[in-house]
Each structure stands twice: as structure tokens, then as C-alpha cells.
Design a protein around this ligand. Structure first.
Ligand SMILES: CCS(=O)(=O)c1ccc(CC(=O)Nc2nc(-c3ccccc3)c(C(=O)c3ccccc3CC(C)C)s2)cc1
Length: 244
């Protein structure tokens, strides 16, 4: 790995992160204080469980769509087999969405960007999965505390996605080689930013992410047992494809 092609790898990952971030951080920071009114919060809280789940699943699927685009622009990702690309997206796309979402988290009033404004946990009450919501907010809080730059987020999310430990990979060796180059890219960026100490913190975040996504899958299983019709016919196809 000459330094030149690590540099090239980093810039192509940062470029595809920029091109596939649904919202640019700066435009969202302008919205930071746009909160839901009492009436709007009431409206969310009076939705039925399956209505609110469906509403969220649609927004989550939008965000996942951009992650799929991001993955397709990562040089090493494209050379993997179709099946390995699907396997990595199946287990990694939600994790990438959660990392990306945390850049739009306002730590001052503990709100996350949702449906065009910033929402506190009370907005998600009718989902009936308070522990998942608390865990998502706590994770976002922890990510914000690291104050990652967009470039660091780009390399970190590429590493979250290209993970050779994922289940049912056909060519684990090839994924390992791509993962290694992305790891070198992240280490290069952190060294350049004089923040080598962040690396082990990011690895800790990755294990929190894994348990958080496990909780999301567990809640989704609970939901689809209780509301099979909604889960099977009203959820977006991509959501079903990736999360069930
Ligand atoms: C991710 C790319 S981005 O450009 O940063 C971006 C792009 C778009 C948005 C707007 C957006 O869709 N925000 C959503 N927020 C939440 C949410 C919800 C509960 C707590 C915290 C955030 C969504 C969810 O549906 C969600 C997310 C994580 C776990 C669980 C759920 C709900 C389950 C039941 C489907 S969607 C935000 C950020």
C-alpha cells in the first residue's frame, strides 16, 4: 500500500460520502432549533403502533437507500461478488444509518432530525419500543462527543460496512483485503488529524452499534409478529429485504 493509493482511497470514500449524504451537515445545523410544536408531538403520540412503525420504516428506508449508493461508490466494494455486497449491506446498512444520523443529533436539547424537524424521544412514544429509542439516542450522544469530522465519518462508515466478520460471506479473504485497506485509510486520516487515540474509541463504538442493531432486529421481529399485515405488505420492500 503506497501512501499514494491510500490517499486516493480516502478521497474517493470522502467524495462518495459527500455525494450520498441525504442532508449536508451544515444545512441541517441551520434547522437545529426547528422543534415540533405541542400539537405536532400530540399527533405523533396519537398514531397507532403500526402507523408509527410504518412511518419510521419509510424514513429509515430512505436513509438506507443513500447508504446503498455510498457503498456502490466505495472502490473495494464494487469488486466484491453480488452476494457478498448484499450480505454486507444486510448487516451493515442500519449501522451506517445510525452513525450518519448521529451527525444530525443536537446534544443541547437531546433531539434527532426526523420528518424535517428535530424530535425528542417523546415523539417516538407510540412505537412502543422505548428501550430501542433510548439506546439510539444514547448512541447518537456518544458519537457526537467524539466530534468526528465529515472525512472521519466517511472512512468510519466505510469500515463499518466492509467488515469481514459478517455472516454468510462467500469470499471472506477478499473482504478482508478491502477491509484492511479501509482500516489503513482511517488510520491515515486520524494520524493526519493528530487524533490516533480516536481509533480504539471507534472500535468500541462499533461493538455498541452491533448490539444496537441487534435490538432493532429484535423489536422488528416483535413488531412483525404483532402486526404481520403491516410488516409484510406496508413496509418498503428494501426494508423487508434488508431487515427481515
Ligand atoms: C442517515 C442519513 S442523514 O442524512 O444523516 C439523515 C437522513 C434523514 C433523516 C431523517 C430520518 O429519517 N430520521 C429518522 N430518525 C429515526 C429515529 C427513530 C427513533 C430514534 C431516533 C431516530 C428513524 C427511524 O425510523 C429509526 C432510526 C433508528 C432506529 C429505529 C428507528 C425507528 C424504527 C422503529 C424503524 S428515521 C435523518 C438523518
Amino acid at each position: 500500500h503506497s501512501l499514494r493509493n491510500i490517499d486516493e482511497l480516502c478521497s474517493s470514500i470522502v467524495r462518495s460520502h459527500r455525494e450520498t449524504s441525504q442532508y449536508r451537515t451544515e444545512e441541517l445545523l441551520a434547522l437545529r432549533w426547528k422543534l415540533f410544536s405541542r400539537e405536532e408531538i400530540q399527533a405523533y403520540q396519537s398514531k397507532s403502533v403500526d402507523e408509527m412503525w410504518q412511518h419510521c420504516a419509510i424514513r429509515l428506508t430512505d436513509a438506507v437507500q443513500y447508504v446503498v449508493e455510498f457503498a456502490k461508490h466505495i472502490p473495494g466494494f464494487r469488486i466484491l461478488s453480488q452476494n457478498d455486497q448484499i450480505a454486507l449491506l444486510k448487516t451493515g446498512s442500519m449501522e451506517v444509518v445510525l452513525v450518519r444520523m448521529s451527525r444530525l443529533f443536537n446534544r443541547e436539547n437531546n433531539t434527532v432530525f426526523f420528518d424535517g424537524k428535530f424530535a425528542g424521544t417523546e415523539v417516538f412514544k407510540s412505537l412502543a419500543c422505548g428501550d430501542l429509542i433510548t439506546a439510539v439516542f444514547d448512541f447518537a450522544h456518544g458519537m457526537c462527543a467524539l466530534k468526528l469530522t465529515e472525512q472521519q465519518i466517511a472512512l468510519f462508515t466505510a469500515l463499518v460496512l466492509i467488515n469481514a466478520d459478517r455472516p454468510c460471506l462467500e469470499d471472506r479473504g477478499r473482504v478482508q483485503r478491502v477491509q484492511r485497506s479501509v482500516e489503513l485509510g482511517l488510520a491515515h486520516i486520524l494520524h493526519r488529524d493528530n487524533q490516533d487515540s480516536l481509533m480504539h474509541k471507534l472500535y468500541q463504538r462499533m461493538s455498541v452499534l452491533r448490539s444496537l442493531c441487534g435490538l432493532h432486529m429484535e423489536k422488528l421481529r416483535w413488531f412483525s409478529q404483532r402486526y404481520p399485515l403491516t410488516a409484510h405488505s406496508l413496509f418498503p420492500p428494501l426494508y423487508k429485504e434488508l431487515f427481515t
